[in-house]
Design a protein around this ligand. Structure first.
Ligand code: ATP
Ligand code: MG
Length: 168
């Protein structure tokens, strides 16, 4: 049984994340998805709560080829302890899939097998770009799965982001 681990902040979950997870689903038997910085919400860089991100992920991945588990992970303020923290919260896994150099380094040092999935149209498919588009009133809906559009509408996410970006 091979279980893969994938982590992101998913602010919001977008088509790049979806494409990578669909590819991993073909090679791993099960996937664990960690929602990083789970404790942060209502900031311009991290507008959505862990629970809202759980909704985005689980609804978008309904048709995924293999079973998956979504685990919110709060930050620990010590990178050297982060792998142990993840292991204490997640089901056991043998392979980490990440494009993030720090995440790759920390797991490699811990002796875990790390793979770097190919990026999916990274210039446009980035949380930073999508949040900026929401703030500027530009189209963003085509960059995320339909279920994410629904969740963000339901929670009035764009209005929230614009409100917290205003200066007092
Ligand atoms: P932000 O701009 O807010 O940092 P992000 O798009 O980088 O958002 P994260 O939530 O930081 O997304 O998730 C990081 C994980 O998702 C990393 O492993 C990263 O390599 C991967 N990832 C991000 N964008 C893409 C993409 N377009 N294609 C494939 N993987 C991606
Ligand atoms: Mg990122």
């Amino acid at each position: 049984m091979s279980r893969g681990f994938y982590v992101g902040r998913f602010q919001p979950f977008h088509n790049g994340h979806q494409a990578v997870l669909e590819r991993i689903a073909c090679t791993a038997d099960e996937i664990i998805i960690g929602i990083g910085s789970a404790q942060i919400s209502h900031t311009v860089a991290n507008p959505f709560t862990a629970g809202e991100r759980v909704l985005m992920l689980t609804r978008s991945l309904e048709g995924l080829e293999c079973p998956f588990y979504v685990i919110p992970l709060e930050d620990v303020q010590r990178n050297a302890l982060w792998v142990a923290h993840v292991r204490s919260m997640a089901p056991p896994f043998d392979t980490v899939y990440t494009g993030n150099p720090l995440v790759a380094q920390l797991f490699t040092e811990a002796g875990v097998n790390v793979r770097s999935p190919e990026m999916h149209e990274r210039l446009t498919h980035s949380g930073t770009v999508i949040r900026r588009r929401m703030l500027d009133g530009e189209p963003w809906e085509h960059l995320v799965p339909p279920a994410v559009v629904d969740v963000i509408r339901e929670i009035h996410g764009v209005e929230r982001l614009r409100q917290i970006a205003r200066s007092d």
